[in-house]
Design a protein around this ligand. Structure first.
Ligand code: IVH
Length: 695
């Protein structure tokens, strides 16, 4: 039997492999958790050795093969001041112990801390001579790093010219934002390369790669500002005496990007409690950030405290990294399942070797669509990077190409619908059963009967299966013509259940148009979009009469969505007619049809009504558990209520948000509202505000 070896395909994959191996080894020796198992690590090192054997000149410092004595390679640039690492803490207790030992060392309590996100990228030193960016150097082994000046000009936030002609060194992290990472992988795969597994690897590979015939942007965040030997004396003294927070302000004044531009700006705190509170705030905001962070860095802010604390050979004693749980892990892709949804969309889902990410065992992850699988070149048996942040469904980011053994198998795409065997419409990125929403009638009907749609109590999935199997229901409209006798004939249907179900179906006939529209399951129109369409057009006839241009007048519907909504409504015409004939309501209470379209200056979208009510002109976000008068309301019902009271409901907090209703357990949205200074209300306060609109 041959021992598997990871195949490294190019210099970038090699650089990433070295990074991964170093990280895994460090985690192993410091007792942390490594994403790589022993076998994977051995394979990786064998792959690195195989690559290096052919290219002895390209061996990187820090390679686990130890081919470069002393770490630094010829041509590396020495750092003027060592680029140190940080010690880690993992809990409030460990952090408290760290502050105690720091206080003991400096002889008094730390006056002020600086608290910043720990950016998940690569450390670099950027040297500016008389205001001009002249050299960019990686951290390397801390004493000398690789000259990566060829990347100058591709890094946002690292200006070629500072606002002042100073000679200084900026230290900070280079990373890719989520958008930059997706773009980088698109461009890379278009050029025949393997996609990078995660933004960190992508930045490492991109930063080191020379002579590529394409460039992809990255982003810099400064977290250090220091003088160089050539720095003018006065400035050198000033920088040496400044607090860390002052240095960051100074860097921003020079035009350099810092965390001050983000939703998690660096702040100063006093004492353990306030500092830990900020750590929690940053942790809560993590999932919504457009870039990766893997912890929070806490520094003694004042220069005097830093000097008194000093530094060890590996890390300063005045700073520490409070590590947050990993959101990415490597595991194996075991299989791909193809599930058909209620609209007939055939969606691939990854079956994974179970892996624990941030406390949850992950066995499945989304895989977007077939084109995406091809683009990422995923194969069965691959090691894949899985990402899970907050409550969002985990996703497979990319294969870890250098861990390939050659035994991986291609993913087989279905040739016919895995649910009903019909043909597949592959004309769009998301494949769809040719039978459309009739393919998975049970899923479509269960969705339509759900609480946020027609809200038919007693019509759960089991009951729907019975009705479909008995041939009593072939589409949504058939529900409304079911007879007492038909239902009584079904197994486990007594007189009481039958009467209750019939009453629930009868009640569903008079639901507002927005609910009926939502129940139809038009792709691209969920609950809030259905409400917006219904409120804008007021009647189903108006909706059906709308062409793509008219449809675009609804806020949130653009040039791409409008024609597909119009086309789908046309596809649904026979069903809508049948529903109307069965007496289902087709109007939206309180809405008036758009006589003349008024174009909203802000959104460019038309508005059929000038809303009034206590929430007129307000954008409201609801988060956490509702209590009191609002306790029984679903999130959808809360949003309906907001819109009835003249407001606009939204699910994310931004500068445009006017009010956040924060119930028990509210987390990141509340924190963001506090950060942005958005008004907060408790469920009770909100209930009082809209009392007249509570049913
Ligand atoms: S300060 C002497 N601040 O974390 C102190 N580092 O694990 C040097 N990092 O090598 C670092 N965000 O690459 C500092 N806000 C931040 C940071 C940060 C990320 C990285 C940096 C460093 C590593 C240590």
């Amino acid at each position: 039997m041959t021992t598997p070896t990871a195949q490294i395909v190019d210099a970038a994959a090699y650089a990433q492999a070295v990074e991964d191996a170093v990280k895994a080894a460090a985690a192993y020796y410091t007792g942390g958790t490594s994403p790589l198992g022993d076998d994977a690590y051995d394979q990786l090192v064998r792959g690195i050795a195989a690559w290096e054997a052919d290219r002895p000149d390209e061996v990187l410092p820090g390679s686990p093969t130890g081919k470069v004595a002393g770490g630094a390679v010829e041509g590396d640039v020495p750092h003027t001041v060592a680029m140190l690492s940080l010690d880690n803490v993992f809990s409030p207790e460990e952090f408290t112990a760290w502050t105690t030992s720091l206080s003991r060392r400096i002889g008094h309590e730390v006056e002020q801390f600086s608290v910043e996100a720990k950016l998940d990228g690569l450390a670099v030193a950027a040297r500016y001579t008389r205001g001009r960016l002249t050299r960019l150097i990686t951290r390397g082994d801390g004493t000398a790093g690789e000259d990566v000046s060829h990347a100058i000009g591709t890094i946002e936030g690292l200006p070629l010219e500072l606002t002042e002609p100073v000679t200084v060194e900026l230290r900070g992290e280079i990373l890719m934002t989520t958008t930059q990472f997706e773009h980088a992988n698109e461009v890379r795969t278009e050029h025949g390369g393997q996609p990078f597994a995660n933004p960190r690897g992508a930045s490492a590979g991109t930063l080191r790669a020379k002579d590529r015939d394409y460039t992809v942007p990255m982003t810099f965040f400064g977290y250090g500002l220091l003088p160089l030997p050539e720095t003018e004396k006065g400035l050198a003294v000033q920088l040496g005496e400044a607090a860390h927070s002052e240095l960051m302000d100074q860097a921003a004044t020079y035009g350099v990007n810092t965390t001050a531009t983000t939703a998690v700006p660096g702040i100063t705190t006093t004492g353990v409690e306030e500092t830990l509170a900020r750590v929690q705030e940053i942790a809560a905001l993590r999932a919504d950030l457009p870039f990766g962070i893997d912890g929070v860095v806490i520094k003694a802010d004042l220069a005097a405290d830093q000097q008194a604390a000093g530094a060890g050979s590996r890390a300063p004693r005045w700073a520490v990294a409070y590590k947050l749980p990993a959101v990415e892990k490597i595991t194996r892709l075991l299989a791909v399942e193809w599930n058909v949804g209620r609209t007939g969309i055939i969606a691939p889902r990854a079956v994974l070797e179970p892996v624990i990410i941030d406390g949850a065992t992950i066995t499945y992850a989304t895989l977007h669509n077939p084109a995406d699988i091809t683009r990422r070149d995923l194969r069965l048996g691959d090691h894949v990077m899985v990402h899970r942040a907050g409550d969002v469904i985990p996703r497979v980011e990319a294969p870890v190409a250098h861990l390939r053994t050659g035994e991986e198998q291609p993913i087989v795409f279905p040739e016919s619908c895995p649910h009903c065997g019909s043909g597949i419409d592959t004309s769009e990125q998301r494949w769809r059963c040719e039978n459309g929403r009739n393919c998975h009638l049970v899923a479509a009907l269960s969705y339509a009967a759900g609480r946020d749609q027609l809200d038919i109590e007693g019509l759960g999935a089991t009951r729907v299966v019975q009705l479909v199997d008995a041939g009593l229901v072939t589409d949504l409209a058939d529900l409304f013509t079911l007879t007492r006798e038909q239902l009584l004939d079904l197994e486990r249907m007594g007189a009481t259940s039958t009467d209750n179900l019939l009453a629930a179906i009868a009640a569903a006939r008079s639901r507002p148009l927005s609910r009926v529209l939502c129940a139809l399951g038009v792709r691209g129109t969920g609950r809030s979009m259905s409400r917006r369409i219904a409120r804008y057009f007021a009647t189903m006839d108006n909706i059906r009469a709308a062409d793509a241009e008219a449809m675009q007048q609804v806020e949130g519907i653009g040039t791409e969505k409008a024609p597909s909504i119009v086309a789908e409504l046309a596809e649904l015409a026979p069903l809508i007619d049948k529903l109307a004939a069965a007496g289902v309501n087709m109007t939206e209470p309180g809405a008036t049809p758009p006589a003349v379209t008024v174009v909203d200056a802000d959104s460019g979208a038309g508005s059929a009504e000038t809303a009034d009510g206590p929430l007129a002109g307000m954008t409201v976000v609801v988060t956490g558990a509702m209590t009191g008068a609002l306790e029984k309301l679903s999130r959808n019902q809360m949003n309906e209520l907001i819109e009835r009271a003249g407001g606009r409901s939204s699910s994310s907090v931004s500068r445009k948000t006017t009010l956040v209703v924060a119930g028990e357990g509210a987390g990141s949205k509340r924190a963001k509202a506090e950060d942005l200074g958005v008004r907060l209300a408790s469920p009770d306060e909100f209930a009082t505000l809209i009392a007249a609109f509570l049913e």
